[in-house]
Design a binder for this molecule. Sequence first.
Ligand code: ZN
Length: 147
Amino acid sequence: MKVLDLQCSASHRFEGWFASEEEFQCQLHSELIECPLCGSTTVSKCLSAPHLNLASMRTASSSSSEAVVAPVSEPAIQAQWLTALRQLVANTEDVGEKFTEEARRIHYGEVQERSIRGRASPTQTRELLEEGITVLPLPQVLKDPLH
Ligand SMILES: [Zn+2]
């Protein structure tokens, strides 16, 4: 079984399960792969996906609170990435200065798991990383995404 990260023409990301790479290509060319969100059959594989793994986008099997980000340099991928990030930011709770505190409480299961964003100093960020809590730095352009 192959699990592929897929993306439709509207930048919706989803997972596809295929018996093999050939099976994926075959279904793709026959337009059998549909975006579960908008039904688009214009689907492509995410390029070594900048991968977000926050609570809201996570499958039930994973257990730790982490957001993983791969460095991206291609402008086209950055654009996709920013679109995905904007959607993500719209779905996270802004906890502001309480970010590190909340991130820890979520990590240690003291509060309901959810996706949050907020402020952390470089030192706080390093401490979180050392505790195994992976945090995702938001690009400057997203600092005030809803206004
Ligand atoms: Zn879609």
